[in-house]
Design a protein around this ligand. Structure first.
Ligand code: LLP
Length: 386
């Protein structure tokens, strides 16, 4: 077991409870981000001996303070839209396009043209881009995103490899991609793969390095192999964290078989920010209906869609009554007009009353980032703790 990994075995929000309750005075809901926890994740990632560069996948959380903390912690930025790229360049002093990687998927031609204009390193994940827009990319150095053939992840909707996924160039099309690159004078600087999200098995990245390493042998310009993100974090306190030591060891061994000049990159999102975030929401109403008890809070799937979309499990505690025994089983629901507006099913909590603050843990990644204004309810705002 990796010693420093379970950042949230003694979660920061227990230690900072009084401060959190204080910040919630006069508010109904808020995301809170603990920057020391983000810094700790950055330190761990930068400590991997087999990895030459870590990019933060900003789609997980693009709050300016999170971006600044990740960059100050030694990470570059991976972005998936031009809007993300522009946001990061605006918000992070000193950040340059060359510190970033743009990894679009089915994006319009104009975004590729702008990326080239800006000097933003670019990943190509479809032959269409090379076949139809090759002239735009002439003289450029790009990453090719390959689909290693099978994906993993916490839910089928977050597996990003294999024939049912829209991402990446299948290995069977690699020859054609190389021919097109040659024809358009496009240099392949890097190979890229991202197989899924919320992965707890180190083998996933080992397999990607094997596959991309194999492909790299056929291309003499490859300087970088980017293994993507997907590093999972435990949802439950009794779950083991991803074994970073095993991940590192396996990668180091495989890397020794590559030319010395080839760098290995990764680009996690969730691992950097998920444990650092919590959603706080005030209890609005309670209800008993048949056998089921409901506790309703002021925000729901408009702030956090993961339980509704993926059946994701997030720990929920009653922060106002943290020392009281959890002796009531509740469904925790929001105010949105959908039966799926559930934050947690069958949760043991102390008897909860209007005005209490519930905390939904491990929501720093893909929480605020995926929020909406459904029902014209503004999603939770964001607070940062230094
Ligand atoms: N790189 C690429 C190319 C990606 O597509 C993604 C995530 C990442 C890196 C970062 O993955 P991470 O390290 O965060 O797993 N909304 C879903 C997750 C979707 C991830 C999409 N791509 C969720 O809430 O679980």
């Amino acid at each position: 077991r990796d010693e420093a990994a379970p950042v949230h075995v003694t979660p920061w929000w227990r230690e900072r409870r009084a401060e959190l309750l204080d910040r919630m005075k006069g508010r109904d809901s808020a995301y809170v981000y603990d920057l020391p926890t983000v810094r700790e994740a950055c330190r761990k990632l930068c400590g991997l001996s087999s990895v030459d560069r870590v990019l933060y996948s900003m789609k997980a959380n693009s709050h300016p303070e999170i971006l600044r903390t990740a960059v100050a912690g030694g990470l570059g930025i991976e972005c998936v839209s031009l809007a993300e790229a522009e946001h990061a360049l605006e918000q992070v002093p000193g950040l340059k396009p060359s510190d970033m990687l743009f990894t679009p998927n089915f994006a319009p031609r104009e975004e590729y043209r702008r990326a080239v204009e800006m000097g933003l390193p670019l990943t190509v994940d479809n032959l269409h881009v090379l076949e139809k827009w090759g002239r735009e990319l002439a003289g450029q150095a790009v990453f090719l995103r390959l689909d290693p053939g099978s994906g993993l992840g916490h839910h089928k909707l977050v597996r990003t490899a294999g024939s049912h996924s829209k991402f990446g160039i299948p290995l069977a099309e690699l020859d054609r991609a190389l021919t097109l690159c040659r024809a358009h004078d496009i240099r392949i600087r890097g190979l890229h793969a991202h197989t899924g999200s919320g992965i707890m098995h180190p083998d996933n990245w080992h397999r990607s390095l094997e596959t991309l390493g194999e492909a790299a042998r056929r291309i003499d310009t490859v300087e970088i192999i980017n293994l993507g993100g997907g590093l999972g974090v435990p949802d439950r306190a009794d779950e083991l964290p991803l074994d970073m030591t095993a991940m590192d060891g396996g990668l180091a061994e495989l890397k020794r078989q590559l030319p010395r000049s080839v760098q290995v990159w990764i680009e996690p999102g969730r691992y950097v920010v998920s444990p650092a975030g919590a959603l706080l929401a005030r209890v609005t109403q309670t209800k008993g209906k048949g056998d089921v008890r409901y506790v309703g809070v002021a925000t729901g799937m408009n702030s956090l869609i993961r339980p509704a979309l993926y059946g994701a499990w997030h720990e929920i505690v009653n922060l106002s009554r943290i020392d009281e025994p959890g002796d009531h089983v509740y469904n925790v629901v929001g105010p949105i007009c959908e039966t799926g507006d559930i934050l947690g099913l069958d949760r043991l909590l102390p008897q909860s009353s209007e005005g209490d603050i519930l905390l939904i843990a491990n929501t720093g990644a893909y929480g605020a980032a995926m929020a909406s204004r459904y029902n014209l309810r503004e999603p939770a705002g964001e607070l940062v703790l230094n």
